[in-house]
Design a protein around this ligand. Structure first.
Ligand code: ADP
Ligand code: GN1
Ligand code: MG
Length: 370
């Protein structure tokens, strides 16, 4: 967790970015677990206009300058390609950085925090909970299109902003370590969750092993494709813009599809406490497959396609491991608003894993048909 930031300080930071007009307010915004986000409202001659200001969590992202160098490259490439393709509303289809008044892509404040500012995408929303298969299809299509857009990113391999981010065996090992220390004496309160995790330790290496042997290709992937990291048009529900680019780096397409299954198939929130509400809804999965293959089907290998259902289970399990580990370690990583928040989140993830396990054969048949 990072230090909170005073409203007055945010206004001062906002003034360092290169837009004109009087700044009216800059309240906290969004429901991300990592960065601090503010919606800056500016009085411009043509009416109120908005910007999205963010303070990067540098306890999570240890090399924020390398991260911003990635984002500069990714944003510039995506925008140039959309313009070349003649997309009429290209400025709404990808994130664009607003430079500081001294021409830098990000700001370093007096205490060493990094800040960045994006154009605000109006008329579109990042949803915390899925409502319709149309939304699931649109989200998956957008993330597939995002991978396609970055398949020819020039300039060599992107920086790894978090080492081993989706290395599920390392996430599992970290849980074992947290359990061995049990520094906050919390393990006793999570006995069934711990047992659930320990019973599934043998499957965690499937994707990383296949990447190592070359059986699966490395690609530029988003790596944090939760449903609220794509903005859907408020009127048409079409995917407008993929956001939250901090973890765009080398990875597997399966990580991206897997996190879509995790966040776009259950009808309840990630931190729902009534576990009876948590389940993998098959029509949502079908919509994800349809949407994802409509934009990524052309480049995915047969092995990638066949592992799509398993990826849903793996990534849901992996994020469950991370929530449980953070709970055991005393809540140092994900933002929380109640004492058992991370344990509650781990429980929903594991309940969803169970639901996926029960439907894996049908999910596999669905992908094979597609
Ligand atoms: P975090 O890493 O903390 O999840 P995000 O980059 O996802 O932060 O941003 C937090 C929220 O801010 C998003 O869920 C989305 O609602 C909103 N958001 C981010 N970027 C934009 C943008 N350019 N235009 C409009 N809304 C945005
Ligand atoms: C974090 O930043 P946000 O809220 O979009 C996390 C993801 C987790 C997710 C769980 C950099 O995503 O990996 O899957 O929470 N991001 C980072 O909701 O750790
Ligand atoms: Mg986010």
């Amino acid at each position: 967790m990072t230090m909170t930031v005073a409203g007055k300080e945010v206004l001062g930071i906002a003034r360092a970015f290169d837009f004109t007009g009087e700044i009216l307010q800059a309240p906290p915004y969004g429901s991300g677990h990592i960065n601090d986000t503010f919606k800056v409202e500016v009085k411009a001659s043509y009416g109120p206009t908005h910007f999205l200001l963010q303070r990067i969590n540098h306890q999570v992202f240890r090399q924020p300058d390398e991260l911003m160098a990635n984002i500069e490259r990714v944003c510039a490439h995506a925008y140039a390609k959309l313009q070349q393709a003649g997309v009429p509303d290209a400025e709404r289809r990808c994130l664009r950085l607003i430079p500081t008044r001294s021409g830098k892509s990000w700001l370093v404040d007096a205490t060493g925090n990094r800040w960045r500012c994006y154009h605000f995408i109006e008329g579109a929303t990042g949803h915390d909970v899925i409502r319709t298969p149309t939304q699931a299809q649109a989200a998956a299509r957008s993330f597939g299109a995002f991978q396609a857009l970055l398949a020819d990113l020039p300039g060599g391999r992107l920086n790894e902003t978090i080492q081993d981010f989706h290395h599920t065996p390392s996430r599992y090992a970290r849980l074992l370590q947290a359990l061995a220390h049990d520094r906050h004496g919390r393990a006793a309160a999570a006995v069934p969750e711990i047992a659930f995790a320990l019973a599934r330790g043998q499957e965690v290496s499937v994707v990383v092993d296949a990447l190592r042997t070359g059986e699966l290709p490395e690609r530029v992937t988003h790596n944090d494709t939760k449903l609220n990291n794509v903005l859907l048009d408020d009127v048409t529900q079409e995917g407008v813009c993929v956001i939250d680019l901090d973890t765009v780096m080398p990875g597997s397409a399966l990580y991206d599809f897997g996190d879509l299954v995790r966040t776009s198939t259950s009808p309840a929130a990630e931190d729902e406490t009534d576990l009876a509400k948590i389940r993998m809804q098959f029509p949502m999965f079908e919509a994800l497959v349809r949407g994802y293959l409509s934009s990524a089907g052309g480049f995915l290998t047969p092995r990638e396609k066949s592992l799509l259902p398993f990826a849903g289970k793996l990534i849901t399990f992996e994020i469950g491991l991370r929530f449980l580990t953070d709970w055991l370690e005393g809540d140092t990583y994900f933002k929380i608003t109640r004492p058992t928040h991370n344990l509650d989140r781990a429980r929903t993830q594991f309940k969803l894993v169970e639901s996926i396990e029960a439907q894996l054969p049908a999910m596999q048949a669905c992908v094979d048909r597609a």
